[in-house]
Design a protein around this ligand. Sequence first.
Ligand SMILES: Cc1cc2nc3c(=O)[nH]c(=O)nc-3n(C[C@H](O)[C@H](O)[C@H](O)COP(=O)(O)OP(=O)(O)OC[C@H]3O[C@@H](n4cnc5c(N)ncnc54)[C@H](O)[C@@H]3O)c2cc1C
Length: 462
Amino acid sequence: MSHSIISANTDSTTGARSGAPVPSDSLASASTQRPENADVIIVGAGPSGSATAAYLAMAGLDVLLLEKAAFPREKVCGDGLTPRAVRELITLGIPTPAEDGWIKNHGLRIVGGGVRLELPWPDLASFPPYGLVRTRKDFDEILVRHAVKHGARLHESTNVTGPILDERTGAIVGVRARAMDPDGRDGGAPGLEFRAPLVVAADGNSSRLSMSMHRPKRDDRPMGVAVRTYYTSPRHDDDYLESWLELWSKGETGQKKLLPGYGWIFGVGDGTSNVGLGILNTSAAFGKVDYRDILKRWVDTLPPEWTFNEETMTSPVRGAALPMGFNRQPHYDLGLLLVGDAGGMVNPFNGEGIAYAMESGRLAAEVIAQAFARQTDAGREKVLQSYPRVMKDALGGYFTLGRGFAKMIGNPEVMRLAVKYGLPRTTMMKYLLKIMANLAEPHGGDAGDRLINALSKMAPAA
Ligand SMILES: Cc1cc2nc3c(=O)[nH]c(=O)nc-3n(C[C@H](O)[C@H](O)[C@H](O)COP(=O)(O)OP(=O)(O)OC[C@H]3O[C@@H](n4cnc5c(N)ncnc54)[C@H](O)[C@@H]3O)c2cc1C
């Protein structure tokens, strides 16, 4: 690879920003054909894009963050943050006080096989002992404003339509985009051009940008589909995340019937609970069932005093995919680097994606900052080529274990036995919680932590 990663407006000695980018307000007219330059373009301002942008801006790089929606915007999600995600918020410098609407949780309540088991988050040096819940409408806006505060240039309502390629090398050197109407539609405004020697795809599960650079999803990795809605409920201030390993319906003849999938009930603290369910593609029911109908049949069996019903539903049932276990690779090539869902970084053990979106943003920014400090194209490219290895070292072995787990629980008989014999064993479940939420102490820790780390290291990187 020989394309230059030093952009026209970057000082090649210091890597710091210089030169004059086209002022962002010129976008308002959307009539300029002059490309706008940056050191790094990030496509998508979800948690992965905003975290990458914030860290890069802190490192002194000129960062352009392009987002097709306008904030605040909704994102279909369970809104649950484990201690792993909270650790990322703390590292990024985002305060989360209760008076600003952050609701803390102290652990995971697992329901199944007639058992309700409360497992507190482990008390560790490496992770805070609490999780949080925050609607993505708020959460994503808080993150993106943080990135802007640190110097990232954000263009909302800017839909990236495709890459600009270097004809000689085939590397991406920028993107084309269109300004969206205030109502989120393409109003036919003239096309926009943005140029940078490095582009980060943070555009989520479908990652059209990766697709256009010939990086399709791998189908040998687990994939989930999940749906969720909100109900006003007295359970809105629950201080435990609740996970249902078995979903039952009433059944027409009065007999209970086991439904496919796993459910959650997360108190949002604003008068509502986020209630949803997910199904893995390792399950025979994947793609063949009506997820909304399953959600309705399951909540119909829940205690009426929780008030999960049509009258208390405050938003439509919405769904989206959960790309797991690095289902899109390579994570860097030809000037395009992948973070978050674009790189398939959802944890196959528990469907958590926000922590990994932010973590990949942090690790990517470290690599990119080092790359921009190199003096030669070859040196910089060498650093960027290390990113896939950095991601594999951080999460590859663990995700491989998760793939095995996803395969195992796709078998209803294995799941039935696990719920029946595993759930009543509290010590075993404590270790399972550490594995499933990826909360083992990386250094030291107890025998369980060491076992989890050893297994993750021994497993081939995903
Ligand atoms: C129902 C459901 C429940 C979930 N629950 C949880 C949970 O409780 N906890 C958890 O940790 N994870 C959960 N996840 C996973 C989590 O939502 C994702 O892993 C996370 O959002 C990934 O962040 P991201 O920044 O990579 O992508 P996204 O959050 O998808 O952000 C991508 C951004 O890119 C923008 N974009 C896309 N295309 C373009 C384009 N062409 N031009 C410009 N911008 C573009 C989008 O508008 C969006 O803002 C859930 C997922 C689902 C579907």
